[in-house]
Design a protein around this ligand. Structure first.
Ligand code: DLZ
Length: 164
């Protein structure tokens, strides 16, 4: 998944572990919400399609992508979830804000994976234009929310397998 030539919503269904019994939390940035809410809906649908029950999916909101790291930390430290899915959309503007937010959220999420030994999935679109983001939020390149959900199930299953 997630290669330049591939649709973000395409995956080989035979390769996906059964998500039933797994509990997930999705942390959604409200900035660019016409994009991030589409990512959220894609992630929820994909989790459900792969066996996760609705009651095992919690959704929390943060103001912007910069806040995803803290939002994810707050839910990670509860110990209740098999994985955390972070969804955001950072669109290049005229200032260097884009670089600072992208750097911060990438580093923050990376650290959380290691600190909590927990899959914390990077479902953040970083694009030059809003059209590029729309294309990846249910448009012609699929939905990054779908990709993030599949990644969460796969990593949660890997963790369970290794701990067995
Ligand atoms: C301030 C800001 C800007 C300019 N652009 C974005 C963006 O493209 N995507 C996004 O998710 N958030 C943006 N933000 C908001 C920051 O993430 C953050 O919420 C504020 O700087 C407050 O900490």
């Amino acid at each position: 998944m997630a290669t330049r030539l591939k649709n973000l919503s395409q995956y080989n269904t035979e390769d996906i572990p059964d998500g039933s019994g797994m509990r997930f939390v999705i942390v959604v940035a409200e900035w660019n919400q016409e994009i991030t809410f589409a990512l959220r809906d894609g992630a929820i649908n994909t989790l459900i399609k792969n066996g996760v029950s609705q009651e095992n999916i919690q959704v929390e909101y943060v103001p912007g992508s910069f806040e995803l790291s803290l939002g994810a930390q707050l839910v990670a430290e509860t110990g209740k979830f098999a994985a955390v899915i972070c969804l955001g959309c950072v669109i290049q503007g005229e200032t260097r804000h884009f670089d600072f937010i992208c750097h911060s959220v990438t580093q923050g999420i990376t650290q959380l994976n290691i600190k909590y030994n927990l899959p914390v999935v990077f479902g953040v679109l970083t694009t030059d234009t809003q059209q590029q983001a729309l294309d990846r939020a249910g448009g012609k390149h699929g939905n990054k929310g779908d990709e993030a959900a599949i990644t969460a199930i796969k990593m949660a299953a890997l963790k369970l397998k290794i701990k067995e």
